[in-house]
Design a protein around this ligand. Structure first.
Ligand code: A3P
Length: 292
Protein backbone atom coordinates (compact mmCIF):
# COMPACT_ATOMS: atom_id res chain seq x y z
CA UNK A 1 0.00 0.00 0.00
CA UNK A 2 1.35 3.44 -0.88
CA UNK A 3 0.14 6.61 0.82
CA UNK A 4 0.49 10.22 -0.34
CA UNK A 5 0.44 13.05 2.14
CA UNK A 6 -2.16 15.32 0.54
CA UNK A 7 -3.55 18.45 2.19
CA UNK A 8 -2.31 17.16 5.54
CA UNK A 9 -3.83 13.67 5.39
CA UNK A 10 -2.53 10.30 4.21
CA UNK A 11 -4.31 9.12 1.12
CA UNK A 12 -4.05 5.73 -0.59
CA UNK A 13 -2.97 5.72 -4.26
CA UNK A 14 -6.28 4.16 -5.23
CA UNK A 15 -8.27 7.09 -3.82
CA UNK A 16 -6.11 10.17 -4.34
CA UNK A 17 -7.12 10.91 -7.92
CA UNK A 18 -10.80 10.52 -7.02
CA UNK A 19 -10.41 12.83 -4.04
CA UNK A 20 -8.88 15.54 -6.25
CA UNK A 21 -11.49 15.09 -8.99
CA UNK A 22 -14.33 15.22 -6.44
CA UNK A 23 -12.87 18.38 -4.93
CA UNK A 24 -12.90 20.02 -8.36
CA UNK A 25 -16.18 18.86 -9.77
CA UNK A 26 -18.60 17.42 -7.19
CA UNK A 27 -21.69 19.57 -6.74
CA UNK A 28 -23.75 18.80 -3.70
CA UNK A 29 -27.54 19.09 -3.63
CA UNK A 30 -29.30 20.66 -0.63
CA UNK A 31 -31.10 17.34 -0.08
CA UNK A 32 -27.85 15.34 0.13
CA UNK A 33 -26.94 13.41 3.26
CA UNK A 34 -23.19 12.85 3.43
CA UNK A 35 -21.97 10.00 5.65
CA UNK A 36 -18.44 10.87 6.73
CA UNK A 37 -15.95 8.78 8.69
CA UNK A 38 -12.35 7.74 8.99
CA UNK A 39 -11.97 4.11 7.88
CA UNK A 40 -12.97 1.35 10.33
CA UNK A 41 -15.06 3.47 12.65
CA UNK A 42 -18.47 2.09 11.67
CA UNK A 43 -19.65 3.44 8.29
CA UNK A 44 -20.85 -0.03 7.18
CA UNK A 45 -23.38 0.12 10.01
CA UNK A 46 -24.15 3.85 9.73
CA UNK A 47 -24.80 3.53 5.99
CA UNK A 48 -27.19 0.64 6.66
CA UNK A 49 -29.09 2.55 9.31
CA UNK A 50 -29.30 5.75 7.28
CA UNK A 51 -30.31 3.90 4.11
CA UNK A 52 -32.97 1.96 6.04
CA UNK A 53 -34.34 5.19 7.56
CA UNK A 54 -34.50 7.01 4.22
CA UNK A 55 -36.06 4.12 2.28
CA UNK A 56 -38.49 2.83 4.93
CA UNK A 57 -41.59 3.97 3.09
CA UNK A 58 -40.38 2.54 -0.24
CA UNK A 59 -39.45 -0.96 0.92
CA UNK A 60 -40.78 -3.34 3.52
CA UNK A 61 -38.83 -5.69 5.78
CA UNK A 62 -38.47 -8.31 3.10
CA UNK A 63 -37.68 -6.13 0.07
CA UNK A 64 -35.12 -3.69 1.43
CA UNK A 65 -32.02 -3.67 -0.83
CA UNK A 66 -29.88 -4.02 2.31
CA UNK A 67 -30.99 -7.64 2.46
CA UNK A 68 -29.41 -8.42 -0.90
CA UNK A 69 -26.64 -5.80 -1.15
CA UNK A 70 -23.72 -4.76 1.00
CA UNK A 71 -24.50 -1.32 2.48
CA UNK A 72 -21.46 0.09 0.66
CA UNK A 73 -23.23 -0.83 -2.58
CA UNK A 74 -26.36 1.08 -1.53
CA UNK A 75 -24.53 4.34 -0.86
CA UNK A 76 -22.20 5.81 -3.52
CA UNK A 77 -18.68 6.58 -2.37
CA UNK A 78 -17.61 10.14 -3.24
CA UNK A 79 -13.98 9.52 -4.14
CA UNK A 80 -14.72 6.48 -6.29
CA UNK A 81 -18.30 6.45 -7.58
CA UNK A 82 -18.90 10.20 -7.81
CA UNK A 83 -15.42 11.45 -8.62
CA UNK A 84 -15.97 11.67 -12.38
CA UNK A 85 -19.55 12.82 -12.45
CA UNK A 86 -22.63 13.03 -10.28
CA UNK A 87 -24.82 11.99 -13.19
CA UNK A 88 -24.74 8.31 -12.24
CA UNK A 89 -26.54 9.04 -8.97
CA UNK A 90 -29.94 7.59 -8.29
CA UNK A 91 -32.18 10.67 -7.98
CA UNK A 92 -34.19 8.89 -5.29
CA UNK A 93 -31.15 8.26 -3.10
CA UNK A 94 -29.89 11.35 -1.24
CA UNK A 95 -27.04 9.44 0.44
CA UNK A 96 -23.36 9.51 -0.33
CA UNK A 97 -20.31 8.61 1.74
CA UNK A 98 -16.71 9.66 2.02
CA UNK A 99 -13.59 9.29 4.15
CA UNK A 100 -12.25 12.73 3.16
CA UNK A 101 -11.41 14.95 6.18
CA UNK A 102 -13.68 17.94 6.82
CA UNK A 103 -11.22 20.59 5.64
CA UNK A 104 -10.67 18.77 2.33
CA UNK A 105 -14.32 18.08 1.48
CA UNK A 106 -15.52 19.48 -1.86
CA UNK A 107 -16.47 23.11 -1.23
CA UNK A 108 -20.08 22.56 -2.23
CA UNK A 109 -20.61 20.02 0.58
CA UNK A 110 -19.44 22.59 3.12
CA UNK A 111 -21.29 25.52 1.56
CA UNK A 112 -24.58 23.88 0.60
CA UNK A 113 -27.36 23.17 3.05
CA UNK A 114 -26.85 19.39 2.80
CA UNK A 115 -26.47 17.38 6.01
CA UNK A 116 -23.34 15.63 7.25
CA UNK A 117 -23.41 12.66 9.59
CA UNK A 118 -20.06 11.68 11.10
CA UNK A 119 -19.14 8.57 13.06
CA UNK A 120 -16.01 8.03 15.14
CA UNK A 121 -14.74 5.29 17.42
CA UNK A 122 -12.20 4.61 20.16
CA UNK A 123 -8.88 4.73 18.26
CA UNK A 124 -7.75 1.49 19.94
CA UNK A 125 -10.66 -0.43 18.42
CA UNK A 126 -10.42 1.46 15.16
CA UNK A 127 -6.71 0.69 14.84
CA UNK A 128 -7.22 -3.02 15.55
CA UNK A 129 -10.19 -3.17 13.19
CA UNK A 130 -8.16 -1.46 10.47
CA UNK A 131 -5.14 -3.70 10.94
CA UNK A 132 -7.18 -6.90 10.87
CA UNK A 133 -9.15 -5.63 7.86
CA UNK A 134 -5.91 -5.32 5.87
CA UNK A 135 -4.61 -8.63 7.17
CA UNK A 136 -7.77 -10.31 5.88
CA UNK A 137 -7.58 -8.51 2.54
CA UNK A 138 -3.94 -9.55 2.11
CA UNK A 139 -4.79 -13.12 3.11
CA UNK A 140 -7.59 -13.22 0.52
CA UNK A 141 -4.98 -12.28 -2.11
CA UNK A 142 -2.43 -14.78 -0.74
CA UNK A 143 -0.18 -11.94 0.36
CA UNK A 144 1.91 -11.87 3.53
CA UNK A 145 0.56 -9.69 6.35
CA UNK A 146 2.71 -7.00 7.97
CA UNK A 147 3.38 -6.97 11.71
CA UNK A 148 0.87 -5.40 14.08
CA UNK A 149 3.71 -3.58 15.91
CA UNK A 150 4.85 -1.99 12.66
CA UNK A 151 1.34 -0.80 11.79
CA UNK A 152 0.86 0.43 15.36
CA UNK A 153 3.99 2.55 15.27
CA UNK A 154 2.88 4.18 12.01
CA UNK A 155 -0.64 4.73 13.37
CA UNK A 156 0.74 6.47 16.47
CA UNK A 157 2.75 8.72 14.17
CA UNK A 158 -0.45 9.59 12.34
CA UNK A 159 0.21 7.42 9.29
CA UNK A 160 -3.06 5.66 8.55
CA UNK A 161 -5.55 5.77 5.72
CA UNK A 162 -7.04 9.32 5.73
CA UNK A 163 -5.16 9.94 9.01
CA UNK A 164 -3.84 11.19 11.32
CA UNK A 165 -6.95 9.71 12.91
CA UNK A 166 -7.18 12.39 15.63
CA UNK A 167 -7.05 15.23 13.09
CA UNK A 168 -9.87 13.57 11.15
CA UNK A 169 -12.08 13.32 14.22
CA UNK A 170 -11.25 16.81 15.47
CA UNK A 171 -12.01 18.39 12.09
CA UNK A 172 -15.58 17.10 12.18
CA UNK A 173 -15.95 17.62 15.93
CA UNK A 174 -15.05 21.31 15.74
CA UNK A 175 -17.23 21.81 12.67
CA UNK A 176 -20.14 20.10 14.46
CA UNK A 177 -19.79 22.57 17.34
CA UNK A 178 -19.80 25.50 14.91
CA UNK A 179 -22.65 24.14 12.81
CA UNK A 180 -24.76 21.75 14.91
CA UNK A 181 -27.65 21.98 12.45
CA UNK A 182 -25.42 20.76 9.62
CA UNK A 183 -23.24 18.11 11.23
CA UNK A 184 -24.38 15.28 13.49
CA UNK A 185 -21.41 13.84 15.38
CA UNK A 186 -21.84 10.22 16.48
CA UNK A 187 -19.76 7.72 18.44
CA UNK A 188 -19.81 4.01 17.63
CA UNK A 189 -19.75 3.04 21.31
CA UNK A 190 -22.72 5.24 22.24
CA UNK A 191 -24.71 3.94 19.29
CA UNK A 192 -23.98 0.36 20.34
CA UNK A 193 -25.27 1.10 23.81
CA UNK A 194 -28.70 2.31 22.75
CA UNK A 195 -29.10 2.07 19.00
CA UNK A 196 -32.81 2.93 18.96
CA UNK A 197 -32.18 6.34 20.54
CA UNK A 198 -29.62 7.15 17.86
CA UNK A 199 -31.79 5.86 15.03
CA UNK A 200 -34.47 8.35 16.10
CA UNK A 201 -31.92 11.13 16.50
CA UNK A 202 -30.44 10.35 13.08
CA UNK A 203 -33.87 10.29 11.44
CA UNK A 204 -34.80 13.65 13.00
CA UNK A 205 -31.50 15.20 11.98
CA UNK A 206 -31.62 14.14 8.33
CA UNK A 207 -35.23 15.22 7.96
CA UNK A 208 -36.90 11.77 7.96
CA UNK A 209 -38.43 11.76 11.47
CA UNK A 210 -40.50 8.82 12.69
CA UNK A 211 -44.17 9.59 13.17
CA UNK A 212 -45.90 8.70 16.42
CA UNK A 213 -47.67 5.85 14.60
CA UNK A 214 -44.39 4.48 13.27
CA UNK A 215 -42.86 4.54 16.74
CA UNK A 216 -45.95 2.82 18.14
CA UNK A 217 -45.79 0.03 15.58
CA UNK A 218 -42.08 -0.63 16.16
CA UNK A 219 -40.52 0.83 12.99
CA UNK A 220 -37.43 2.00 14.89
CA UNK A 221 -36.76 -1.44 16.39
CA UNK A 222 -37.28 -3.06 12.99
CA UNK A 223 -34.51 -0.88 11.54
CA UNK A 224 -32.24 -1.52 14.53
CA UNK A 225 -32.72 -5.27 14.10
CA UNK A 226 -32.40 -5.32 10.34
CA UNK A 227 -29.11 -3.37 10.53
CA UNK A 228 -27.66 -5.23 13.51
CA UNK A 229 -24.31 -6.93 13.12
CA UNK A 230 -25.95 -10.27 13.87
CA UNK A 231 -28.52 -9.87 11.10
CA UNK A 232 -26.38 -8.30 8.38
CA UNK A 233 -23.39 -10.58 8.90
CA UNK A 234 -25.45 -13.72 8.36
CA UNK A 235 -27.05 -12.58 5.08
CA UNK A 236 -25.89 -14.60 2.10
CA UNK A 237 -24.71 -11.46 0.24
CA UNK A 238 -22.52 -10.51 3.18
CA UNK A 239 -21.13 -14.03 3.55
CA UNK A 240 -20.29 -14.76 -0.06
CA UNK A 241 -20.62 -11.53 -2.08
CA UNK A 242 -17.86 -9.22 -3.28
CA UNK A 243 -17.54 -5.43 -3.28
CA UNK A 244 -16.07 -3.64 -6.33
CA UNK A 245 -15.62 -6.94 -8.10
CA UNK A 246 -14.35 -5.36 -11.34
CA UNK A 247 -11.65 -3.24 -9.72
CA UNK A 248 -8.15 -3.82 -8.31
CA UNK A 249 -9.59 -3.19 -4.83
CA UNK A 250 -12.14 -6.01 -4.88
CA UNK A 251 -13.02 -6.98 -1.30
CA UNK A 252 -15.03 -9.94 -0.03
CA UNK A 253 -18.11 -8.56 1.74
CA UNK A 254 -17.54 -10.78 4.75
CA UNK A 255 -14.34 -8.83 5.54
CA UNK A 256 -16.55 -5.87 6.50
CA UNK A 257 -18.12 -7.96 9.27
CA UNK A 258 -15.56 -9.06 11.82
CA UNK A 259 -16.84 -8.90 15.42
CA UNK A 260 -18.68 -5.61 15.83
CA UNK A 261 -17.75 -5.40 19.52
CA UNK A 262 -16.66 -2.52 21.73
CA UNK A 263 -13.30 -3.10 23.46
CA UNK A 264 -12.02 -5.97 21.31
CA UNK A 265 -8.66 -4.16 21.23
CA UNK A 266 -7.93 -5.91 24.54
CA UNK A 267 -7.34 -9.11 22.61
CA UNK A 268 -4.67 -7.55 20.40
CA UNK A 269 -2.91 -4.64 22.11
CA UNK A 270 -0.59 -4.95 25.10
CA UNK A 271 -1.41 -2.70 28.10
CA UNK A 272 1.62 -0.63 27.12
CA UNK A 273 0.35 -0.11 23.57
CA UNK A 274 -3.12 0.79 24.86
CA UNK A 275 -1.66 3.29 27.33
CA UNK A 276 0.39 4.88 24.56
CA UNK A 277 -2.64 5.31 22.29
CA UNK A 278 -4.73 6.63 25.17
CA UNK A 279 -2.06 9.16 26.02
CA UNK A 280 -1.80 10.37 22.39
CA UNK A 281 -5.59 10.66 22.29
CA UNK A 282 -5.69 12.65 25.53
CA UNK A 283 -2.99 14.96 24.29
CA UNK A 284 -4.52 15.48 20.83
CA UNK A 285 -8.05 16.06 22.11
CA UNK A 286 -6.97 18.23 25.02
CA UNK A 287 -9.17 21.30 25.30
CA UNK A 288 -11.55 20.19 22.55
CA UNK A 289 -14.30 18.96 24.88
CA UNK A 290 -14.27 15.62 23.06
CA UNK A 291 -13.38 12.30 24.66
CA UNK A 292 -12.86 9.02 22.82
P1 A3P B 1 -14.56 -4.77 14.08
O1 A3P B 1 -13.46 -4.91 13.08
O2 A3P B 1 -14.06 -4.29 15.41
O3 A3P B 1 -15.40 -5.97 14.19
P2 A3P B 1 -16.29 -0.24 9.02
O4 A3P B 1 -15.58 1.00 9.36
O5 A3P B 1 -15.74 -0.95 7.81
O6 A3P B 1 -17.75 -0.04 8.94
O7 A3P B 1 -16.02 -1.26 10.22
C1 A3P B 1 -15.91 -0.86 11.54
C2 A3P B 1 -16.48 -1.90 12.46
O8 A3P B 1 -17.88 -2.02 12.30
C3 A3P B 1 -15.91 -3.31 12.28
O9 A3P B 1 -15.54 -3.64 13.61
C4 A3P B 1 -17.11 -4.12 11.80
O10 A3P B 1 -17.07 -5.47 12.20
C5 A3P B 1 -18.23 -3.38 12.49
N1 A3P B 1 -19.56 -3.56 11.90
C6 A3P B 1 -19.90 -3.91 10.64
N2 A3P B 1 -21.23 -3.96 10.53
C7 A3P B 1 -21.75 -3.63 11.74
C8 A3P B 1 -23.08 -3.53 12.25
N3 A3P B 1 -24.12 -3.78 11.49
N4 A3P B 1 -23.22 -3.17 13.54
C9 A3P B 1 -22.16 -2.91 14.33
N5 A3P B 1 -20.88 -3.01 13.91
C10 A3P B 1 -20.68 -3.36 12.62
Amino acid sequence: MIFFLYQGFWCDTFFIEGVMRAQQSFRSQPSDIVICSAPKTGPTWLKSLTFAIVTRSTFDDSTNPLLSNLSHDCVPFLEVDLAQSSSNRDPNNPLLATHVPYSSLPRSIIDSSCKIVYICRDPKDSFVSNYLFFVRILASKDMKPFALEEAFELYCQGVSSYGPYWDHVLGFWKASLDRPDKILFLKYEEMMEDTAVYVKKLADFIGYPFSFEEIEKGSVEKIVNMCSFENLSKLEVNKSGKHREETPVVIENKIYFRKGKVGDWENYLTPKMAARLDSITLQKLNGSGLTL
